[in-house]
Ligand binder design. Structure first.
Ligand SMILES: NC(=O)c1ccc[n+]([C@@H]2O[C@H](COP(=O)([O-])OP(=O)(O)OC[C@H]3O[C@@H](n4cnc5c(N)ncnc54)[C@H](O)[C@@H]3O)[C@@H](O)[C@H]2O)c1
Length: 374
């Protein structure tokens, strides 16, 4: 995670968090550990708990203890106890994945808070906050890396691990051409599949057509596809009327957050496990459909979620947002707000540096020219 490493090295020199108590409720994984190490290097006293006990990696808990953070989490342990322990440390700044901490501390005068997920942001908006809360998923860097490149690659990774199918020559139907769907379509096309996109929004459909994909209603695509991926954030993107038209051997999976995108109740037939994470449903007419990971988010259920390189960028946004909340309070107002654009730009610059990619710079004459328009 070279971006976080460079931030950690700067934090170690500049000590932006000297004496600041930071409370975190984040999945306790190796990637989170790198974020915590950066905060500790910057002088923070960090207390960490887990929003979900099943994502906690106990070896990471032990290692972080050695790095000087207080970790109140164990695999399988009730998250409530850990949350209470972190609250008892009286954090001045919080970092959440799901808004558990900030909801408990909403009445206090915090320096600020950060929130990782959409669900957490929705929760936070219902609070009457007297301090700023930075919604990290409303930033361009996170969007690009998480939804597009992270989901794009890891969704195909999940499909391939579960099925071991050859993508070249297959017809892959992507339902929903938003940030995630674009990533999935790109990667499937790159692997040699011919991609069909189904959309309900005219601009998204137009973009898919201009990107070179066939665009058609899902009912028509149902009869043509070999592999279906839903990424709509909506329910019943694939339902009974689609299943009726699908070909024998069609594979169905979901990259959206909730397992509502494929209407599982309408998938009626004799069921058996064909392979781990692959359920075969033999329909009354003898056709077989294959449902991956029970229709749950396939890149997490059948693969490892986002690669560390994606989390590097996302957590770099977290670290720099926390620093700005402490050092640049005038950039913020009370309540929920997006990641400041300059932080997005800084993270992109650090990522480019880590890749050894150089940019051009405007000349003085160019800068003057661009700002001369009224
Ligand atoms: N798997 C992951 O790692 C991961 C990562 C980020 C987001 N997500 C989830 O993926 C889902 C999509 O996220 P996004 O950021 O791409 O959202 P988005 O809003 O950018 O895109 C969704 C698209 O689906 C289209 N759509 C909605 N209903 C449809 C329907 N019935 N048929 C066809 N198209 C339809 C919309 O018009 C939109 O263009 C969400 O549930 C999100 O939480 C998953």
């Amino acid at each position: 995670m070279p971006v976080l490493r460079s931030i950690r090295e700067r934090f170690a020199r500049e000590q932006p968090f000297a004496g600041v108590r930071i409370g975190c409720s984040l999945h306790v994984t190796a990637e989170t550990a790198n974020l915590v190490r950066a905060l500790v290097a910057g002088g923070a006293q960090v207390a960490l708990c887990a929003p979900n006990p099943l994502s906690t990696q106990d070896d990471v808990v032990d290692a972080l203890g050695d790095e000087g953070a207080d970790v109140y989490a164990r695999y399988g342990q009730d998250p409530a106890a850990g949350l209470a322990a972190v609250i008892a440390t009286e954090p001045q700044l919080t970092m959440d994945d799901g808004a558990d901490l900030v909801s408990a501390l909403a009445e206090r005068e915090l320096i600020g808070a950060t929130e990782e997920t959409t669900t957490g942001v929705i929760r936070a908006r219902s609070l009457d906050l007297r301090f700023p809360l930075v919604a990290l998923n409303e930033g361009r860097a996170k969007d690009l890396f998480d939804n597009r490149y992270g989901t794009g690659q890891s969704t195909l990774d999940g499909i391939l691990r579960a099925t071991n199918v050859l993508l070249a020559g297959r017809r892959v139907v992507v339902i929903g051409y938003g940030r995630c769907g674009r990533g999935v379509a790109d990667r499937a096309a790159g692997a040699g599949a011919s991609v069909i996109v189904c959309e309900v929004e005219p601009l998204a459909a137009l973009e898919a057509a201009m990107d070179g994909y066939e665009v058609m209603p899902a009912l028509k695509a149902a009869a043509q596809g070999d592999l279906f991926v839903t990424a709509t954030g909506n329910r019943d993107a694939l339902r009974g009327e689609h299943f009726e038209r699908m070909r024998d051997g069609a594979i169905l999976c979901n990259a959206g957050h909730f397992d509502v995108e494929i209407d599982k109740a309408a998938l009626k037939g004799e069921r058996r496990e064909a392979r781990p994470q692959v359920e075969e449903i033999r329909m009354a007419d003898g056709r077989r459909l294959y449902l991956l990971a029970e229709g749950r988010v396939v890149n997490l259920a059948a693969a490892e979620g986002h690669p560390a390189a994606v989390m590097d960028v996302i957590f770099a946004c977290q670290a720099l947002a926390a620093e700005a909340l402490v050092k640049q309070p005038d950039w913020f107002t009370p309540g929920v707000q997006p990641l400041p654009e300059r932080i997005d730009g800084e993270v992109a610059r650090l990522k480019l540096d880590s890749m050894g990619i150089e940019l051009d710079e405007l000349t003085d004459a160019q800068r003057a020219y661009l700002s001369s328009w009224r």
